[in-house]
Ligand binder design. Structure first.
Ligand code: TYD
Length: 207
């Protein structure tokens, strides 16, 4: 069987990272080789780009610069890590991919959803996930969860309050638009209930 590409999306603090770990364990138990990665980052160059993007002192960063940096990180990750893994029949799990750019830059920043999709497809040579889980939650809850973990806010988490509201709305629009690929998850449900849904959908994909 050829490799499959599964992405996990949602506003900050929506619980997707916990679910990726559970999905990875599950697939490994089933005997699959699994590569788990994340955006922005996942490569040496990507980690440097990530540091620029999240650095709170980069207050002067324009929305276009921000977009191009996310795309640069994605181009590198796709070419160097994701495509080779898929070619060698691995299951690839990725924490965020182009739906993040559509929700954050396209919709929340107002740069245009279709344009962000087109740019992203150019950056990745047309790679589209086989399956995407979008974790939805009420604005505010995700960042509250994160602040309870005691980590200082990064540049994107420090945006004005209504930014996260727009991101949440952005993800609803994305889920509506790409119904055939996206499974919507209630990020406020408990971990095991959410994982039961994810496991069923993954089983549907791997047959
Ligand atoms: P990260 O700490 O990885 O967030 P999380 O743990 O919630 O996934 O930080 C990544 C931040 O970058 C997050 O606020 C979402 C944002 N982002 C975009 O704005 N556009 C993108 O294309 C991507 C991949 C991430």
């Amino acid at each position: 069987m050829k490799g499959r590409f599964i992405t996990f999306e949602g506003p900050d603090g929506s619980g997707k990272t916990t679910q990726i770990k559970l999905a990875e364990q599950y697939l490994k138990q089933k005997g699959f080789e699994v590569l788990t990665t994340f955006e922005p980052g996942g490569t040496g160059i990507g980690k440097k780009i990530r540091a620029i993007l999240l650095d709170k002192s980069n207050l002067e960063m324009t929305d276009k610069t921000e977009t191009l940096l996310f795309l640069a990180s994605r181009a590198q990750l796709t070419e160097k890590i994701i495509k080779p893994a898929l070619k060698s029949h691995q299951m690839v799990l990725c924490d965020r991919f182009f739906d993040s750019t559509i929700a954050y830059q396209g919709i929340a920043r107002g740069l245009g959803a279709q344009r962000m999709l087109d740019f992203s497809l150019w950056a990745t040579g047309g790679l589209v996930p086989d399956l995407t889980f979008v974790f939805h939650m009420k604005p505010g809850i995700g960042l509250e969860r994160k602040s309870r973990q005691g980590r200082p806010k990064d540049r994107l988490e420090s945006q004005e309050d209504d930014f996260m509201q727009k991101v949440c709305q952005g993800y609803r629009e994305v889920a509506e638009r790409f119904k055939e690929r996206i499974v919507s998850i209630d990020g406020e449900k408990d971990i095991q209930a959410v994982f039961a849904i994810i496991r069923d959908k993954i089983n549907g994909l791997i047959g």
